[in-house]
Design a protein around this ligand. Sequence first.
Ligand code: HEM
Length: 460
Amino acid sequence: MTLQLPQPSYLRPAPGPQGLPVVGNMFRFSADKNILFHFIDLWNEFGDVVHVKIGSLKIFVVANPEHVHHVLVRHATNYIKGNGYGGFRLLVGQGLVTSDGELWRRQRRLMQPTFTPRAIVGFFDMMVATTAQILDRWHEPLRSGRPLCMDDAMAQLTMSVISKAIFGVDLGSGASGVSEAFQAAFAFVTERTLSGFPLPLRIPLPSHRRFIRNLDLIDSFVEKQIRASRDQPNQASLLATLLRARDPETGQPMSASQVRDEVVTLFLAGFETTARSLTWAWYLLARHPQVMAKLTQEVDQVLAGRLPTLEDLYRLTYTRMVVDEVLRLYPPTALLGRQTVADDMIGGYPIPAGSIVMLMPFMTHRHPAVWSHPERFDPERFQPGMADLRPKSSYIPFISGPRVCLGNNFALMEMTLALAMSAARYQLVETNVDEIGFAFRGSTCPTAALHLQLRPREGR
Ligand code: HEM
């Protein structure tokens, strides 16, 4: 008779749903429910580390800040992007978001100096001018009492800002068809990634043919912009900066195809995330008139009816607190995955090499061990100094660790300016907005359009 010793806790497998032989939990992930809700349900049912088997694939779902910090910061080299980003590579190639290892390190070293808080100040005037132009365009329709579709308005604003920053041209009007091509191609690769069973692109399905057409359009646009930038090497655009960049260690420039991958990456990383976040900001402001009133009061005090200066930006502290709280409740990257290189342990449970670890900023931001009344919209949580009192990696809209979002300072400046300048010109009339649901489709999207009635403010 062999004695059955109790297993040491560090060898106990993480809890999770039973699943069937061979297929595991494949049928649990029904397509009629959004993927984010599947993961939220797992977290609710099994706790902070959940193990789900799908076929031979081992997936671990993690939301506790301590575990998130382990994956993103302390053991970051053991958690790579891996195969899960294959769908996105069809569109962005080996850009900064999808690359790993030495290529990623070299590219990050090259691109980091362009995105420091000091460097992005170079985009301040462009952001103010672009936002002011777009706010002018709202004036007529709003004066005649028509509601504004905030999803479209915010998409147009962020498309204009990011295309001017990267290429020095405004794609926000949609006239060229290029912005649509970017959006459609991004929607295609997102859908393909989330579907779990992508068919080879060589199968001539209508959706595949459309994607290839869009990719061609994007590539010829980027190629044209690269040629134009080479002719004007002193341009201030991000594209021209990338063309001028030299690796500090080797003195080498980037290849043309690497520049292509990086600008397509920046475009996609910087457009939809910011547009969605601003739409969620309007949704929350419309449902919390007291927060809107406090934001407007600050804006009136700081700007006194003029366009913002850089000094003003740093004085818009409450507006920035609103931005931070919006990104807590609706982080655009509500879910993200990593692949383990070597065996590891998270929270006392073994994580074998080759597993997928799914991080859930959406739940980390609502983790009851950190956030009181997590569902409540309360910008006061972000009073200066409060962040130091919270556990590391408990607030991760831009994630944490070496792969933290390169454009975080850019996005925060853009969002703070957009909200402050809008509040300076327009007043929210309608505050009785119905609840809108959310779903994860590459970013955290509202499930219905947000139409708001705004009114030009007296004398503005
Ligand atoms: C509210 C706006 C934004 C949010 C919430 C956001 C969030 C994120 C997150 C969560 C990641 C990590 C993704 C992962 O590791 O899987 C990321 C990476 C990245 N983001 Fe952003 N982002 C925003 C805006 C921007 C903007 C405006 C730009 C560029 C102008 C940008 C450029 C990038 C790049 C290049 C990376 C890859 C960094 C690396 O792996 O080294 N993002 N972002």
